[in-house]
Design a protein around this ligand. Sequence first.
Ligand SMILES: O=C(O)CCC(=O)C(=O)O
Ligand SMILES: [Fe+2]
Length: 323
Amino acid sequence: MSQILYSEVPSLDLSHFTSGDATQKTNFVKQLGEAFNNIGFVAIKNHGLSDELTDRLYAIIKRFFQSPDELKLQYDIPGLNGQRGYTPKGREHAKGRSTGDLKEFYHIGQEVTDNDPIKNEYPVNVFPKEFPEMREVSLDVYRRLENAGKQMLRAIALYLNLDEFYFDDKIKNGNSILRAIHYYPIENPDAIPADAVRAAAHGDINLITLLMGASADGLQVLRRDGKWIPITALPEQIVVNVGDMLDRLTNNKLKSTIHRVVNPPREKMGTSRYSIPFFMHPRSEMDLTCLENCIDAQHPKQYSDITAGEFLMQRLAEIGLKK
Ligand SMILES: O=C(O)CCC(=O)C(=O)O
Ligand SMILES: [Fe+2]
């Protein structure tokens, strides 16, 4: 089973898990587990986001990114390690590289609305005054993706023979981030560094990532035989992948798969690409020590013990966001 080389990312229906019968739920868990044990990516439908809401958020972020740099740079706030507001072109780079990615992005974080003291850990969200609708629309999307992610983690917990609700308290008021990305047009391809790409090969830091349909081709995943497989999600689907935190917790049973966004052909370098991933993070105190039931003689422990908060800080420094 683990030897299967998928030629595309498997498709699943989340409603089979959330409102299906016992057999549908069991099958969902099995198929998700197999996909995450193998290629590390799935496409899901019935995730709780409507096309209308998706379109509204894309429309707002397109207007924001098409604004002049002077407007956008007001929301690049020092001291936040790029965790809220605007991050300008070329600042983030993949771990192990120094050439910046050909992208700019905007981060929206957790809004704690109860009296959980974790509120003090999080910087307040930054919203552009020029686009007042961004707050309501992005926070609506945030909540819906957070809920879809919670359901996915319940299925993952069952696959790992844990209690179904194992992750629930760990992600409650978690440090998740909604990232609206603009891969900007390159008017003169000869003027950029020769090795600069939209998003260089990387693994995501968090537990799982939920990606709202991107506006153009380019996303590819690295299959274990070394071949890059393009991701082609249908309009009603979102793509969900395993991040490094879940990979560590499960001692690499669930795979954080390396992926990238390639540049378009030269004649299309002058066009934009937009995408909106949701990086699902737990609370910083979550212990990422490999689970006992993922360690045995064939699978010796591969990772040192670390908390989610410590791991995040280490990685933000490695990708150029933490000063
Ligand atoms: O833009 C995309 O399709 C994927 C972006 C991505 O992998 C990331 O920001 O981590
Ligand atoms: Fe990614």
